[in-house]
Design a protein around this ligand. Structure first.
Ligand code: GRF
Length: 192
């Protein structure tokens, strides 16, 4: 990706729709002395997203857009350009971005997905992995392209599915791994 110049940090916008635990882990990562990133803004399609609280706690700019049409997306693009955003990290962001939005930030959008892609694109990943009696599930960070959960994979972490797991218990263990995987994926993506 070769975005890092001198001691300048990569400007990141994190997109969220819900709890924001991945956002929190990215903020913590950004605060490390040697972190290559700086989280410049938090964007949501949901003004009720719990994760927006981290914007107040950590004094990060937040904005909510409905993402319902091209006009709304154009406003987001303007905001991102205005804030000199280099990289977008989707973290529990539940809207599908349009092709033209993705084109505007080609190769500069990452997403975290709670399955071992290419298995289980889309929703209800834990339930599907358990119902299929898979031995492992996990999480994946990938580049975003115009097909859902289909861009190039950056890294993955396997998590064993236990006999007594239900979607909730499995999701909980995978989420812990997500929090480690995303920072590592950003470092790897920046070196590509
Ligand atoms: C995570 O499991 C992520 O992989 C998925 O949605 C969940 C978001 O969790 N896309 P959080 O909002 O980061 O806590």
């Amino acid at each position: 990706m070769a975005l890092l110049t001198g001691s300048n940090k990569i400007h990141i916008a994190v997109f969220i729709s819900g709890t924001g635990s991945n956002l929190k882990s990215l903020i913590k990562f950004s605060k490390l002395k040697k972190s290559p990133i700086m989280i410049k803004m938090i964007i949501s399609n949901n003004y009720k997203a719990k994760g927006l609280q981290y914007a107040d706690i950590y004094k990060i700019k937040k904005k909510v857009f409905d993402f319902k049409n091209t006009l709304s997306e154009k406003k987001v693009i303007n905001e991102l350009k205005k804030n000199d955003i280099h990289l977008i990290c989707l973290a529990g962001f539940m809207k599908i971005l349009s092709k033209s939005f993705i084109k505007n930030f080609k190769g500069k959008i990452l997403n975290i997905h709670p399955s071992l892609l290419p298995k289980y694109k889309g929703l209800n990943t834990h339930e599907r992995a358990i119902n299929n009696k898979d031995k492992y599930s996990g999480c994946t960070v990938h580049f975003v392209n115009s097909k859902l959960d289909s861009g190039d994979i950056i890294n993955q972490k396997k998590v064993r599915i236990k006999k007594l797991d239900n979607p909730k218990t499995l999701a909980k263990r995978i989420l812990i791994q997500e929090h480690k995987l995303y920072p590592a994926a950003i470092i790897k993506a920046l070196s590509l």
